[in-house]
Design a protein around this ligand. Structure first.
Ligand code: 7TS
Length: 423
């Protein structure tokens, strides 16, 4: 039962609030103003998807109410407006990740499609039997399976950078896994299952020293960590709009212009061509070569509105606030004797994965839901890392800047209740 209510003004300690006015921020998120099972909703499943501020919802509604038309093909006013909004969204993303050229931004369905695009249009034509793709032991399935598929198609081999028990990459092992056979390194920036922040700069330096390009899975990090593709010097970067306070069904592949230019298209159809004859088709230029068919125009508009919203609050303010919240959560959860964190890397952000003695994570999630608390339980689409750390599943609370210390307290009380009921 979901009932809209008006919540009392939040009490947030000034030292935690810092530069952010969390009560005002929360007022921008209509979905947070409700009760679930009679309790105020405590949404801690932000790694799965984030909630959307009304600025995003309104931008999407405004687009459909006022500008909707197809892009890149009409001379009429609405089509020109839709095209302008779509291309402005590309420039917003370009600025957000510090890319040099707007045509380095390819709109996709999400991080998953972006990675599949690189696997099929970059890796597949280049890979030969015996070549190697290097990923890490903490990847999400969407940065594993596309590489397994391309290995099957080409006879290439998947190699895996191991991790320690805390969930940190073994960098010496990484260095020795880059060999003359390595064709691509694909690693996650911020692990969705453990919260580990990987040392991207070093990872990329080591790969580039051997002329190996690097793809960064920024699905989680885009919402929490600064990303400057030029400074990182990565070759590809993928993320999803819906984990960044934007709509579902829109995501981004960044690719270095020289590399994208050499790649064949991923899919064929309208918009990705300059001319089509039965004898010969000439492909369109970047970025359109990789955007076959009518794109998710409203999604791009919504994503740009989400980025504008985040930038107005300030990415550094967000990161500082979330870090304080994470520290506070770790401190409070550490007081629960029966709780064991899964993932204790020195560099972490936004994700708290844990188990409670012999209690199945699914039961933890169900009891917490009864208290209005949304967390995720399971393997988090990262089965290999669960196996590596010898757990079938975890409970995962993941943070966003609209979460509060009060909500952390509610989570702690909820977990104590789980222990009382099932412990
Ligand atoms: N990479 C990482 C690190 C992710 O966490 C996810 C989604 C993806 C890629 C795929 O993103 P998509 O938007 O294309 O699906 N992670 C999660 C999660 O942790 N819970 O639900 C989805």
């Amino acid at each position: 039962m979901n009932t809209m209510i008006s919540l009392p003004k939040l009490k947030i300690p000034p030292q935690l609030e810092g530069e952010l006015d969390i009560a005002r921020i929360r007022a921008d998120f209509p979905i947070l103003q409700q009760r679930v099972h009679g309790r105020p909703l405590v949404y801690l499943d932000n790694a799965a998807t984030t909630q959307k501020p009304r600025q995003v919802i309104e931008a999407v509604a405004r687009y459909y109410n006022e500008d909707n038309a197809n892009v890149h093909r009409g001379v009429h006013t609405l089509s020109m407006r839709a095209t302008e909004s779509y291309e402005n969204a590309r420039r917003t993303v370009q600025r957000f990740i510090g890319a040099e050229h707007p045509e380095e931004i390819i709109f996709t369905r999400g991080a998953t499609e972006a990675i599949n695009l690189v696997a099929q249009a970059y890796a597949r034509p280049r890979l030969r039997s015996g070549d190697e793709i290097l990923i890490s032991a903490m990847e999400h399935h969407s940065n594993i399976v596309p590489w397994q598929m391309v290995c099957e198609q080409t006879g290439a081999r998947l190699r895996v950078i191991p991790i320690n028990d805390a969930g940190e990459l073994l960098m010496d092992e990484y260095a020795s896994l880059i060999t003359p056979r390595t064709r691509l390194v694909a690693v996650v920036h911020l692990s969705n299952a453990l919260g580990t922040i990987n040392p991207l700069k070093r990872i990329i330096e080591l790969a580039h020293a051997r002329n190996v390009p690097v793809l960064v899975d920024a699905a989680q990090s885009a919402a929490h960590l600064p990303i400057e593709v030029n400074e990182l010097d990565c070759d590809f970067l993928a993320f999803s709009g819906h984990k960044l306070y934007g709509p579902t069904g829109i995501g981004v592949l960044y690719g270095r212009k020289e590399i994208l230019a050499e790649m064949p298209p991923y899919q064929g159809g309208g918009d990705m061509i300059l001319s089509v004859r039965f004898e010969r088709t000439i492909y369109n230029e970047l970025p359109y070569k990789f955007e076959a068919g009518t794109p998710n125009i409203a999604g791009a508009v919504g994503l740009a509105a989400a980025i504008d919203y985040i930038e107005r609050i300030g990415r550094e303010n967000i990161a500082a606030y979330e870090n304080r919240l994470l520290d506070e959560a770790i401190r409070k959860l550490s007081d629960i004797r029966e709780l064991k964190f899964i993932g204790t890397a020195a560099e972490r952000a936004a994700v708290l994965s844990f188990i409670l003695e012999d209690i199945h994570p699914h039961d933890i999630g169900t009891i917490l839901d009864g208290e209005g608390i949304a967390i995720r339980t399971g393997h988090h689409c990262a089965q290999p890392v669960m196996e590596r750390l010898s757990v079938p599943a975890t409970a995962r609370a993941s943070l966003a800047f609209y979460n509060t210390t009060e909500e952390i307290d509610v989570l702690v009380q909820g977990i104590r209740r789980v222990l009382k009921v099932l412990g």
